[in-house]
Design a protein. Sequence first.
Length: 440
Amino acid sequence: MCLHLRWTLALATTLSLSAAAVRADDPQSAPKALKGMDAFGDWTTDAPGVRRHLTAADLPKPFDTPSANNGPKVIPRPEGAWPQVPKGFEVTEFGTKLEQPRVVVTAPNGDLFIAESAPGRLRVLRDADGDGKPEVTSAFATNLKQPFGIAFYPPGPEPTFVYVANTDSVVRFPYTRGDTKASAPPTVMVADIPGGGRLQGGGHWTRDVVFSLDGKRMFVSVGSRSNVSDDDGEKRRADVLVFNPDGKNEQLYASGLRNAVGLAIHPKTGQLWASVNERDGLGDHLVPDYITHVEEGGFYGWPWYYIGAHQDPRHKGKHPELAEKAIVPDVLLQSHSASLAMTFYNGASFPKEYTLDGFACEHGSWNRSRRTGYKVIRVPLRDGKATGEYEDFMVGFVTPDGNVWGRPVGVTVAKDGALIVTDDGSGTVWRIAYTGDKKS
């Protein structure tokens, strides 16, 4: 049997069985969430519409399973492979052949600004005629240092600057609505953020940046240098920092967030939210990654505690005074999913039950014997508060033999209401549109 047919049949069987179990064929329904051990699945149990609800009470003990080293083999997209989404939605390629596309943000005029982190470039894609394809592609800025976060300032329809979070700084460019190339060199706003990755001697390197709705506060996420160390190398790390928009008056907003890769501001409540990578080394099902609103002054446990007062055995006996201060996050995700960027759906083209729900990209596991992640999830909210559940929205990036051809990273809502997702495994920008009865 050819690879194409084998891949297609195996994926179709997995998706149809999983979807049937939770009524995923009806995007208007609210499928029953998998709970307890049933929620600890892997990529073979993923399908559009599958819901999971993990709680602190479901957590196993540390080292219940060995700590795995099972990184993905990223391969070219197999013939016939395509992302799978709920019925009524359609996935198309918006852009291809990008180089490590990471965060994507929608400019007020509808342009998509994309951080291509490896080449240090900020790219602009514009769908000028509304056909779902970019007619304009331009390098807005180059020679950046592992850029990730992007934010327009001030918030609203007529920003005058675009901010970019490098791994070790925050810079800004002057911006006029419709610009596709920077009109001046960047101005450094924050010069001394602890860096990471290949350019800075290791550690988490992604830095996200968002502004409060009133434009008075600038939030910057800084991931840890290590997996679970509490030495001096972690100063000003595993935190969300807050500044004035001019980069002054640095303060600690929240701590104990090992790697708050993605930040987002809820469009109605104004709350800061984060998509967080937790620690490795405690087994397949510890520690859950999570998505949560972030409380000012909040402590989220790392490195001494996790998911509330659970103490990491590698720090046994340390800081007992912090145990009851550790906040339990809103939505627990399968461990090692590598939850990256997130956004809230503020468009008008999806069914109304999606309005202001969260969406997040799961880049995919390595510290797990069975793969998880490699998908986009939906986070249902009611009146701005998470239900604790999350739902598979776009899946299909893992082949039947366990290789990986796509890794979602960034997500934004396009001006026409489509959901845009970057994928640094295949270098693709995906567009997810709701077509209703026109497509199935």
